[in-house]
Design a protein around this ligand. Structure first.
Ligand code: F0G
Length: 428
């Protein structure tokens, strides 16, 4: 890696540290190791001081926040104009659920249809900067689609491992179209991630780009900056679906950076508050929610045979659980789970009342809010009812039409003969 003086200046403002014991590592060597050598925890990027180049003003989306993102040379940026997704006020659903104010941050509007693009634009840019020629991930679908797209743009080899028969057709189609080398693992996501981890630890020429990669988190944290810019304030609650726990920790990191340096980040004072982070999992794959409900913070019991139709979050052994727990507990938030049935009801509610078609996993936060509203009076419901709630809806419904079509009754798709009269009769 050849760096000029300006890039070295930027580098001084960032450190790579262990999330748990704070042991420092050489930030440019990430990829030669993935965990803390001292305690085995995940690593995290830490901003030691503010850096200002001012070049973000000329950019769009995620890269508007370039000064907060640890990529040294702008020439290495691999972008598809990700970020600045719509924040949509949902008055109809809010009314139905008895909420004062509900917004959906529709991450399905990103270039490959999910929030993963925020992380991949940074992760793959960093891969280019570090000279990697191959990337790898295990995926329930969206990560593989996103990594494949950004890798193709960077002319880097991309290898993806997916659990056989357990990912949405649209997502496999994307990975194929973008030209990834795809391997279907006869097992679940957790098995696939274990294999990917072992391969990348043995072969330092391949960079692992699952959400344990802290550069991905640096991209994903920008969702918090955007929410505050678009809303004009920090919401009281942020509700999001949780699988591995990467995204909730990224959003939480973003809100914390705003609290520390609001003026520098979004050009205005963000109010001196943090949102409560509400983690929602699917009932059949809910190790974080179950641990939270049992009052645990320092350990979880992995689910050995996870199952949910919301395939994106069908994860039994979340690699970022420790970071997720810290987001939930430190924010004064909560974790809960919802059934698949509740998820599909919420998916249809959001689509039919607001015109927002999100994938099943992304409807989990709405399912959780519906569950609270149904149960009626509780501290939890009283809290969200009188607040501003932002639901991060992580992926586009078009990726997984089969999941929706399974629940369609035959009479919802009526056939008519090719003349207007037969339709007229039905409509009358
Ligand atoms: N929502 C969607 C649509 C997802 O694809 C994922 C994760 C999540 C939520 C959960 O995010 O893992 O950061 O807690 N999908 C990964 C994948 C695992 O491979 O696409 P998390």
């Amino acid at each position: 890696m050849i760096l000029n003086v300006e890039f070295l200046k930027k580098k001084e403002h960032f450190e790579l540290r262990c999330f748990s014991c704070q042991q420092k590592y050489n930030i440019d060597e990430y990829g030669k190791f993935y965990y803390c050598a001292k305690c085995g925890s995940l690593l995290e990027i830490h901003r030691v001081s503010n850096y200002s180049s001012g070049t973000g003003k000329k950019r769009h989306g995620v890269w508007r926040y370039i000064d907060l993102i640890p990529v040294w040379d702008e020439k290495n940026i691999v972008s598809l104009s990700e970020g600045w997704t719509n924040l949509v006020e949902c008055r109809n659903v809010a009314r139905i659920l008895g909420l004062r104010s509900l917004y959906v941050k529709f991450e399905g509007l990103n270039p490959t249809g999910s929030f993963k693009d925020r992380g991949m634009t940074v992760g793959v840019s960093k891969a280019v900067e570090q000279g990697y020629k191959s990337t790898m991930c295990a995926s329930t679908g969206n990560t593989s689609a996103s990594l494949a797209a950004y890798s193709s743009r960077a002319a880097i080899r991309c290898i993806v491992l997916i659990p056989k028969g357990k990912i949405a057709l649209g997502k496999i189609a994307q990975a194929i179209a973008y030209g990834a080398e795809i391997f279907q693992v006869e097992g679940n996501f957790d098995d696939a991630l274990k294999i990917a981890g072992e391969i990348c630890e043995r072969d330092n020429r391949i960079l692992l780009l699952n959400s344990l990669n802290p550069f991905r988190i640096e991209g994903q944290k920008t969702v918090a900056f955007e929410i505050v810019e678009q809303l004009g304030r920090v919401p009281e609650y942020v509700v999001l679906p949780v699988g591995n726990g990467g995204n909730i920790s990224a959003a939480w990191k973003g809100f914390n950076e705003l609290l520390e340096d609001g003026v520098d980040i979004i050009g205005a004072h963000a109010s001196k508050m943090l949102p409560k982070m509400m983690a929602v999992q699917a009932e059949g794959s809910a190790p974080i929610a179950r641990a939270f409900k049992a009052g645990k913070r320092d350990s979880i019991d992995p689910v050995m045979d996870p199952h949910t139709e919301a395939s994106a979050i069908n994860i039994g052994s979340p690699v970022s659980w420790m970071k997720a727990m810290s987001a939930i507990y430190d924010s004064g938030g909560r974790a809960d789970y919802v059934s698949d049935e509740e998820i599909f009801v919420a998916q249809k509610l959001l689509a039919s009342k607001e015109g927002l078609f999100v994938e099943p996993a992304s409807a989990a936060p709405i399912a959780y809010l519906t569950k609270l509203a149904r149960a009626g009076k509780s501290d939890e419901y009283d809290g969200v009812k009188n607040s501003t709630v932002v639901s991060i809806c992580t992926g586009n419904g078009l990726k997984d039409p089969n999941a929706l079509m399974k629940g369609i009754a035959p009479d919802q798709l009526k056939t008519i003969s090719a003349d207007a009269r037969s339709l007229q009769e039905i409509l009358a």
